[in-house]
Ligand binder design. Structure first.
Ligand SMILES: Nc1ncnc2c1ncn2[C@@H]1O[C@H](COP(=O)(O)OP(=O)(O)OP(=O)(O)O)[C@@H](O)[C@H]1O
Length: 314
């Protein structure tokens, strides 16, 4: 049973549809990325899922039960880390966390244990007693994530957690997300960074104009484009000789000489990994001396362009 089931949620602002019949599910230990440009509807979708924003239509189930903010049982399963920070800047990270454990009504012993655990999880243990005002933006964001983890949620929802953070904090955030997923937490992660979605997420939903244009693993999404893997050969001598040899090789769709690149020839294949052994054998049999081989796969940028006709980064 999925930890999160989102079923046709919709939000209207006047005439405009911010989120349009959005559906997806997330399993235990799975990281699901909602990828879309600014204004795609990511924050609106998340706010409806968490329950801080009313839905105009649709259902959300968490842990198999219909979720509403009034339902304490399903609420206890969710850890929500919004874009806005909710921290006290004049006290330390540890004191901020202690405040939230009191809010959750945790016992002293449980609070002490959970505070250490979440500080470790986000890599802030060594700065835990410093005032938050001395933190970088990225460290403050990590503390915000720590707060979302205090009650051991089964579903962690992160709204663009790496926007405007330093590279060190960004890496720490990505590492903590991976570790939490490894412990079985289901993760909903929104981002407009293609590389993050590719690196982190098991499955990705591409959101644009409030609608889910496509979803799947990176490989499935890339397959939608119909664009092929590129196997780039650097060859000795005249590359023209390599062209007919590659064209005749099994699994090769099209062969192209790269403009300006001395001795570079590209073979387009459906699946480079599957085709590689036969391709190399054909090249050797054809007497082509290869200096190097590189595989380039189409990326999510190409997928977004294919689906929407626009670039992901405007
Ligand atoms: N309170 C509101 N009233 C009217 N329109 C809104 C409101 N909040 C959001 N919108 C509109 O809904 C659409 C989706 O916005 P949303 O903030 O969910 O996008 P997003 O993908 O999270 O983008 P961002 O990364 O910029 O936050 C946008 O067109 C936005 O202008």
């Amino acid at each position: 049973m999925p930890v999160l089931e989102v079923d046709n949620i919709t939000k209207l602002y006047g005439e405009s549809v911010a989120v349009d019949t959005l559906s997806f599910t997330i399993d235990q230990g799975e990281t699901y990325g909602l990828l879309g440009p600014n204004g795609a509807g990511k924050t609106t979708a998340i706010s409806m899922i968490v329950g801080v924003l009313d839905r105009d239509a649709g259902q959300v189930r968490v842990g198999g039960r219909p979720h509403s903010p009034a339902d304490r049982r399903s609420k206890a399963l969710i850890g929500y880390v919004p874009q806005d920070l909710a921290l006290y800047h004049d006290i330390s990270a540890r004191e901020n966390l202690r405040f939230f454990t009191k809010l959750y009504g945790m016992s002293r012993a449980a609070a002490a244990r959970e505070i250490e655990r979440v500080l470790e999880a986000v890599g802030l243990a060594d700065r835990a007693d410093d005032a938050v005002r001395t933190y970088s933006g990225g460290m403050a964001r990590r503390l915000n994530i720590a707060i979302g983890l205090l009650h051991r949620p089964k579903l962690l929802i992160l709204d663009e957690p790496t926007v405007g953070v330093d590279p060190q904090s960004r890496n720490a955030i990505l590492a903590s997300v991976r570790e939490l997923a490894g412990e079985g937490v289901a993760i909903l992660y929104t981002t407009h960074y293609m590389e993050e979605a590719e690196r982190l997420c098991d499955r990705i939903g591409i959101l644009d104009g409030g609608r889910l244009r496509a979803e799947g693993t990176r490989r499935e999404l890339v397959g939608l484009v119909g664009e092929h893997d590129q196997v780039v050969f650097k060859v000795e001598g005249d590359p023209a000789h390599a062209v007919p040899v590659l064209e005749a090789a099994p699994g090769v769709g099209r062969v192209q000489r790269v403009e300006g690149e001395d001795g570079e020839v590209v073979a387009f294949v459906a699946d480079a990994r599957a085709a590689m052994t036969e391709l190399m054998a054909a090249v050797a049999a054809g007497g082509v001396a290869v200096r190097s081989v590189e595989v380039r796969e189409p990326d999510l940028e190409a997928v977004f362009l294919h689906l929407t006709g626009r670039a992901l980064r405007d």
